[in-house]
Design a protein around this ligand. Structure first.
Ligand code: UT7
Length: 322
């Protein structure tokens, strides 16, 4: 017994910043950003578009897609590293906003692998028959953690949320592998702002924005993602040809292209939406899944592999049947 995805949903902030806008704010260009990353624009949260608000909007859409009522949800997880509030957790705020009154709620932070790790957690509860229906959401306001004076990182990120509804089923399939390499964690960091100010009154707050050794993270991603996808295929006894889509965390189109080449599987099997959304960390996989679902690109019975990677360093892959 594991969960099957019954519905998907997403939320994209109203405000859109394209590369030309950024090129008026700093020394960069559409040509550099598109060429190095594949990003053309990103959505930027404003007004009341918090992690919890966006998560709730995505959740409502996923519930409606699944034709389920909020009260039917037993478990509500939000994956985020950018929540505006430490307490109450975003999942409890979502519960209040959507009326999922019967759900146990908590947040998880696994950086860009977070959605996959939240999905694994929900599947463990469903597999043990502790709960029957779960809402799993990835929601990020990365623009709040972005140093808009650091062109090497700020052009990469965007805000948004994606959600899936799972229901436990006898014949559903979910096979996962997840790993962490804490010893390489310094490649991607962001210190809590409160903590930094507490330690040192006039602290330099630059470390409280996302800082990244881009080349190190790139090398990590292109070597570990094919490895963990292969691990899941072997665990499942499936061949790579049987997979309809490989849905990867959207960090860079060159990473996706490199994985496709390593796996010797055509790029058409690797959906991308990074051009319109940028890197939305733990929201990127559910946003992509929802887009492909809404476009009618997913057929019942399709085998899909999801793969995430990022801060921690963390990475993983999961096989599911649509
Ligand atoms: O989601 C979490 C996981 N994150 C990732 O997977 C990100 C992985 N890393 C990457 O995607 C790439 O490393 C980046 C897109 C971040 C950077 O690409 P790169 O090819 O590694 O570029 P670079 O950092 O080596 O910079 C190349 C040049 C440098 O100039 P010089 O030293 O060669 O003169 C940079 O100063 O590009 C310059 N540069 C820029 N130029 C224009 C860096 N950022 C920019 C910019 N606009 N925004």
């Amino acid at each position: 017994m594991v969960g099957k995805i019954k519905g998907t949903g997403s939320y994209r902030p109203v405000q859109v910043w394209d590369n030309d806008k950024l090129s008026h704010m700093m020394d960069t260009s559409d040509e550099w950003i598109r060429g190095r990353t594949g990003i053309g624009q990103r959505h930027i949260a404003s007004g009341g578009e918090t992690v919890a608000y966006m998560a709730a909007r995505a959740a409502e859409e996923a519930l409606s897609d699944a034709r389920m009522r909020p009260e039917e949800i037993d478990l509500l997880l939000v994956s985020t590293m950018s929540s505006e509030r430490i307490m109450p957790c975003a999942a409890c705020e979502v519960q209040k906003l959507i009326g999922a009154v019967n759900a146990a709620c908590f947040d998880l932070n696994g950086a860009c692998t977070g959605f996959l790790l939240a999905l694994n957690t929900a599947q463990a509860y469903l597999g043990q028959q502790i709960y029957r229906r779960a809402l799993v959401i990835g929601s990020e306001t990365l623009s709040h953690l972005t140093n808009w004076e650091d062109r090497s990182t700020c052009v990469l990120f965007g805000d948004g949320a994606g959600a899936v509804v799972l229901e436990a089923e006898e014949n559903a399939v979910y096979i996962q592998a997840a790993h962490s390499i804490g010893s390489r964690g310094e490649a991607l960091t962001c210190v809590s702002r409160n903590q930094q100010q507490f330690i040192e009154k006039d602290a330099d707050l630059s470390s409280t924005y996302m800082q990244m050794d881009g080349k190190e993270v790139f090398k990590f991603a292109v070597s570990k993602v094919p490895e963990v996808i292969t691990e899941v295929l072997e665990k499942a006894g499936k061949t790579k040809e049987e997979i309809r889509f490989y849905m990867l965390h959207q960090a860079n189109k060159r990473i996706v292209a490199s994985v496709s080449k390593h796996m010797n599987e055509p790029l058409e099997k690797y959906p991308m939406n990074i051009e319109n959304l940028g890197n939305t960390s733990s929201a990127s996989i559910p946003l992509l899944l929802d887009e492909w679902n809404k476009k009618g690109r997913l057929n019942s019975g399709d085998w899909i592999i999801l793969s995430g990677f990022g801060g921690g360093l963390t990475y993983g892959a999961s096989l599911l049947q649509w």
